[in-house]
Design a protein around this ligand. Structure first.
Ligand code: F3S
Length: 644
């Protein structure tokens, strides 16, 4: 029987288990990436494993999230990552070289290889046909140590593209359409594999925009074939040797097929506060805009910025709009600087930011009170911009640039501009890898430099058979990792200092949570549907761990967060009957007995002592997960195995 692309790559990489839908397999990880916000913790964990060098083909540490360096903490973290990378044989992309996913696509992506990254937008590399998965920092540390990465064999959904995008309709509109149909939790347990004749009209950066924002579906990853367009991209990046063809067999089978006619798509936006809240631009053309931000790992390629420059050339940004632009990498910045496009952008009145994540995580450029911001990013969750009252719309670069000129959300087809994008593609990127530091051959002489803000990560204790404690918080549906552990400009410098960060756990929705947890150790969290969606932030599990949380009972969990909870030895439990959620209240005393046996059988009974009611929760884990929970987390279980 023919195979799809996902099956082909999985088959080549399986080291444990068999390729049977729904069963767990261990896959070999060829490459890893980290960024600074998750990297410090991943490298502290790698150090704790007692290995000499990473076992992957290539691992890269990027610095892209926090470049503001308002205190010594960031500079210290950067130094720590650089020195620890040097010691363990990891390439180091210096601050200023660009956003991890953009630089990875340009300089390190390889079709057919597996990539595990401690950032939820790692699937960006699926744009070249890589099986690229976002995971917690600990999973990435383990992959660097040569451990297989365990996943459930996912369902493979084919997204069949036909036709061709009309002028001013972008690849961003393709992924917005997929999100409109599938929603932010429609992709859980699935990989989206793109195919059909419409694929050949999309460039690699356009494909990478789609696979990047595929993360918002909750999907394991998204992937494109590696074809002639991919070959051209690798040739232009001077990396033809890294290219290989990758396509699905003609008789490949899929679990589902979604069809999208590219000719029929229109410019769209994701309205506040969810990436699946999709509306057509023309339906919101009365929305007045205060800020436009262009960049992020979703839309900051050379192609994107050239389109923006063409739209802005000879025109002026509206007086009451602030337009900020962050190119995705030094390669992009240098190319638009040398060909004059940057001058056109500056002349329009745009503000140029560093090649980094920046405003995407509220790291500068937070909108004003009640302001409307149109951003080419991937997420518009409540509060992520740094301003709780702001309304963030997600759009393509074309919509964003035109909107900056008109001051209202604008469908670019409604503006009478005579713009031709046909000459944008390049057959030769400017290549300069001098900001990528090659690691030392011998690690013994390398000294790892640690600043005072770098604290050891918290460790759980072995699982007990009976747990009792209070419900410290009861949340609603769709709680994001941003809600659980906010990551704003003030907190990001403390990512390697969990005891301090934990003081701000849930602070955007409940300022007393941290204090209540400390007063009532051994407590529980009760959540609604899709608990822990959004960023892969491991800290959203480590902060509750630091505060002594023992379990989370929710209607359903987002995949990466659930894995992070297990890694931390916190039990994720799902209401068997979602209506039981209504039985329980904040600060109720609950008790769970027979846990050690129950997690093997997939079921526990929770008793609410205050209400005098009991209900069942489902706890379906694979063998490894049970091992981890028993040991009090993944690192404890690895240490036990290795006798450390
Ligand atoms: Fe950075 Fe935002 Fe992407 S934080 S990695 S640009 S999602």
């Amino acid at each position: 029987m023919g195979k799809n692309i996902v099956e082909k790559i999985l088959q080549e990489h399986i080291v444990e288990g068999e390729l049977v839908k729904g069963s767990s397999v261990g896959i070999r990880i060829d490459r890893t990436l980290t960024q600074d916000s998750t990297g410090t913790m991943a490298y502290l964990q790698l150090e704790a494993m007692g290995i000499d060098k990473v076992k992957t083909k290539k691992s890269v540490a990027y610095i892209d999230h926090n470049m503001l360096q308002q205190g010594f903490e960031n500079a210290d973290d950067h130094k720590y990552i650089q020195t620890v990378a040097n010691k363990f044989g990891i390439y180091f992309s210096k601050p200023g070289n660009g956003i991890c996913h953009q630089v990875n696509l340009e300089r390190f992506s390889v079709p057919g290889d597996t990539l595990l990254g401690s950032d939820s937008h790692t699937p960006t590399a699926g744009g070249v046909g890589m099986l690229a998965i976002g995971a917690g920092g600990l999973d990435v540390a383990l992959a660097m140590a040569g451990e297989p990465y365990s996943i459930k064999v996912p369902k493979v959904i084919k997204v069949e593209l036909t036709g061709k995008l009309c002028p001013m309709v972008a690849s961003k509109d393709i992924i917005l359409e997929v999100l409109r149909r599938e929603t932010v939790k429609g992709g859980v347990g699935k990989i989206y594999e793109y195919g059909g004749e419409g694929v050949s009209s999309l460039s690699v950066p356009q494909r990478a925009t789609i696979t990047n924002m595929g993360a918002e579906l909750g999907a394991t990853t998204s992937i494109f074939p590696s074809d002639e367009k991919t070959r051209e991209y690798f040739k232009a990046q001077g990396r033809l040797d890294d290219w290989r063809e990758l396509k699905a067999d003609d008789d490949a089978k899929y679990d589902e097929i979604i069809k999208i006619d590219l000719d029929a798509l229109e410019p769209m936006v994701a309205a506040p506060h969810s990436p699946d809240n999709i509306v057509k631009c023309r339906e919101v053309s009365d929305v007045k805009v205060d800020q436009v931000a262009i960049g992020s790992c979703t839309n900051s390629s050379y192609e994107d910025l050239m389109k923006v420059a063409k739209i802005l050339k000879g025109r002026k940004v509206k007086n009451d709009v602030s337009l900020v632009i962050a190119p995705g990498s030094r390669q992009v910045m240098e190319m638009i600087a040398r060909n004059g496009a940057l001058a056109d952008i500056i002349a329009s009145g745009a503000r140029i930011l560093e090649n980094s994540c920046g405003p995407c995580i509220g790291m500068g450029q937070s909108p004003g009170t009640d302001a409307v911001s149109v951003r080419t990013f991937n997420r518009n969750f409540f509060g992520r911009s740094g301003t709780n009252s702001a309304k963030v719309y997600i759009s393509s670069p074309e919509v964003a640039a035109v909107t900056a000129l008109t001051g209202y959300i604008t469908d670019p087809r409604d503006i009478d501009f005579d713009i031709d994008f046909s000459d944008i593609s390049t057959d030769e990127f400017m290549i300069d890898d001098s900001m990528i530091i090659v690691p030392a051959d011998t690690s013994t002489e390398v000294e790892v430099v640690r600043g005072p803000n770098i604290k050891p990560f918290p460790l759980n204790t072995a699982l007990e058979d009976k747990l009792s404690g209070k419900v410290i918080i009861k949340t609603g549906d769709n709680i994001t990792t941003d809600h659980i552990m906010p990551s704003n400009a003030k907190l990001l410098p403390f990512r390697s200092n969990i005891p301090y960060l934990a003081n701000f756990c849930f602070s955007t929705i409940d300022e007393e949570f941290s204090a209540r947890s400390k007063d009532n150790p051994g407590g529980f969290i009760v959540g609604g549907d899709n608990y822990g969606q959004g960023s892969s932030r491991e800290h959203a599990a480590l902060a509750p761990l630091q505060l002594g949380i023992k379990g989370v009972i929710a209607k359903s969990f987002a995949r990466i967060h659930k894995a992070n909870l297990i890694n931390s030895g916190i039990i994720p439990m799902e209401f068997e009957n979602p209506e039981d959620y209504d039985l329980i209240s904040q600060m109720d005393n609950i008790e769970i007995e027979g846990i050690l046996e129950g997690i093997k059988n997939g079921k526990l009974v929770v008793t609410d002592k205050d209400r005098g009611v009991s209900f069942s929760v489902s706890v379906v884990f694979n063998e490894k997960e049970i091992e981890m929970l028993n040991a009090g987390g993944k690192l404890n279980s690895i240490k036990l195995k290795k006798g450390i």
